[in-house]
Design a protein around this ligand. Structure first.
Ligand code: NAD
Length: 309
């Protein structure tokens, strides 16, 4: 029987997970959107008399992500009614529901050991035939499923969307060593024809293709151009719409991506290179680490290189 992606599950409802869920809803694919269970109540939840066991609290992260998707302008959901195609949940209560879907995409924090732990849990409820992928920016696909069964690895691959997933055409598909060709043969036309992406098949090399090049350019900009006295505005003026990029330039992109996420991506690259010259290039620029330490992590904190006013 020909395999089709009719339903999906997105695990992680942050910057990328929520927008990927919105993109799926926009093309008519119902999806579960799962996140972790919060460990603390907010002031408002306390005032409402809720407890950590309340559904409203347990599903808070995914529910809030859907609210944001409806509110943002331009809205990632073209039509607010499409939000009903996204079912919010949490990985403690709802992970078993991935049995109902054809494709599970992991979109959680860029950290190998956290991703590995998640895939160990996913495999416990996974059924043969369900495709599982990671939206990692550059962590090794093979390393993430190290320790999993061969059957699971055969159904596993990288599907790397770019931010914002509604607008960015590029999608890297990264097969692991054991990914079945038939799985790539299902995902490629699905991503191209149904999701409207331009697919590039990448190898499982550190940061794959686009972020290997992108991280290099970002490091040169942060380490060298700023030091030479160029301003953020000047650099953005030369790297944004004026050169054909639809919206964002260098620093705006960093704010959209999230400086915390970029630091993870940069560290991942730094750990993988052994050559001293390359190490120098890929060392996380001090300015980035300082900003992350202050919580200036970009749009999601309303403060990054630019501030929301
Ligand atoms: P984010 O920090 O905005 O969101 C991560 C979400 O994952 C959070 O909501 C967090 O609560 C949740 N989470 C953490 N651990 C979890 C777990 N064990 N189970 C379920 N949920 C969990 O991060 P993001 O920017 O959306 O990035 C997510 C992934 O997508 C990363 O691998 C990142 O490298 C990749 N990516 C990010 C961008 C970008 O521009 N931000 C672009 C392409 C790929």
């Amino acid at each position: 029987m020909e395999r089709q992606i009719r339903r999906a599950a997105v695990i992680g409802s942050g910057v990328m997970g929520a927008s990927i869920a919105a993109h799926l809803a926009n093309v008519g694919i119902p999806c579960l959107l799962l996140d972790i269970v919060p460990s603390q109540l907010t002031g408002e939840e306390k005032r409402k008399g809720l407890t950590l066991d309340s559904n409203e609290v347990r599903n808070r992260l995914a529910v809030n992500a859907i609210k944001k998707l409806k509110k943002n302008k331009p809205a990632p959901l073209y039509d607010e009614d499409l939000a009903s195609l996204i079912t919010p949940g949490n990985i403690e209560d709802d992970l078993e529901r991935i049995k109902e879907v054809d494709w599970v995409v992991e979109v959680i924090v860029e950290n190998l050991s956290i991703k590995k732990q998640l895939f160990e849990r996913v495999e416990k409820v996974w059924e043969k035939g369900i495709i599982v992928s990671s939206n990692t920016s550059g962590i090794s696909i093979n390393a993430m499923v190290d320790g999993r069964s061969t059957e699971f690895k055969q159904h596993f691959l990288g599907t790397h969307f770019f931010n914002p997933p509604r607008y960015m055409k590029l999608l890297e598909i990264i097969p692991g060593d054991e990914t079945l060709t038939e799985i790539v043969d299902v995902m490629r036309p699905f991503c191209e024809n149904k999701l409207g992406k331009g697919v590039v098949i990448a190898k499982d090399t550190p940061n794959f293709i686009a972020n290997r090049i992108g991280a290099y350019s970002m490091h040169v900009t942060l380490n060298e151009m700023l030091a030479k006295g160029y301003t953020i505005e000047e650099i953005d003026a030369c790297t944004g719409p004026a050169i054909g990029r639809p919206k964002s330039a260098t620093f705006r992109t960093l704010d959209i991506v999230g400086l915390d996420t970029f630091v993870h991506i940069a560290n991942n690259m730094y750990e993988k290179v052994s050559d001293e010259a390359e190490k120098k290039v890929f060392k996380v620029p001090e300015i980035l680490q300082q900003m992350v330490d202050k919580g200036w992590i970009g749009e999601k904190a309303e403060q990054g290189f630019y501030k929301k006013v």
